[in-house]
Design a protein around this ligand. Structure first.
Ligand SMILES: CSCCC(=O)C(=O)COP(=O)(O)O
Ligand SMILES: [Zn+2]
Length: 205
């Protein structure tokens, strides 16, 4: 995939997520891996309304998340996308500001446990895996700190990371797989929140 094709795909996916209310305001960011040697990603530009991106609202970044061309600033979280693409060998990473993972992390700061749920299959796991633990890390404005925390808890079988009081990162081989996993994980976390009585504001107090 070249940068123009990636721009089209990222704009379309962003509009889709925004319509679901998962990229409110200017929140969230998406990336696709363009190449691995050297690592190159196309990532959404920073600070834009992700519901109305055009194919040119993307930036090519390197291993560090630094821009290699263009004049738009890349997402402030581009370095974490690059880290996930490298460590998890992801072809696409989606970062969404869904409410369900943030509420789930509030109750489960050591990781969110999922088990015996059919929807786990849509998250890339077997429905009857003994225990799937989605890692939770504290929020930080420093992408190196977030990246180190991600890598410390990385399990190749679990394609997601929840950042407390912030949002969720989900990845896959391509944007479609990352989207499917993000949709299924959101359902799973809403289920957990409901079971734990945390599905309504104040319910976890
Ligand atoms: C209101 S969004 C705050 C920044 C953030 O968390 C985010 O996901 C969007 O940042 P970007 O630089 O990619 O626009
Ligand atoms: Zn964010």
């Amino acid at each position: 995939m070249n940068l123009v094709e990636a721009g089209r795909a990222l704009a379309a996916e962003s509009a889709r997520f925004a319509a679901l209310g998962w990229m409110r305001g200017t929140s969230g960011n998406l990336s696709v891996t363009l190449g691995r040697d050297p690592l190159r990603l196309a990532v959404t530009a920073s600070g834009l309304d992700k519901g109305t991106l055009t194919e040119t609202d993307v930036v090519e970044v390197d291993f560090h998340g630094d821009p290699v061309s263009g004049s738009l600033p890349p997402s402030a979280e581009a370095a974490l996308h690059a880290r996930i693409a490298r460590v998890a060998r992801a072809g696409a990473v989606v970062h969404l500001h869904q409410l369900a993972p943030v509420i789930a992390a509030e109750r489960n700061p050591g990781g969110i446990v999922l088990r015996d749920l059919e929807m786990l299959k849509g998250f890339g796991r077997a429905a009857h895996d003994d225990e799937v633990r989605v890692p939770v890390v504290p929020n930080s404005q420093d992408m190196r700190v977030l990246g180190d925390a991600f890598e410390a808890g990385f399990d190749p079988a679990t394609p997601a990371l929840v950042v407390a009081r912030h949002g969720v990162y989900v990845w896959g081989a391509d944007l479609e797989q990352a989207r499917h996993r993000a949709e299924c994980l959101e359902w799973l976390l809403r289920f957990v929140n409901s079971v734990q009585g945390t599905d309504t504001p104040g319910g976890f107090a």
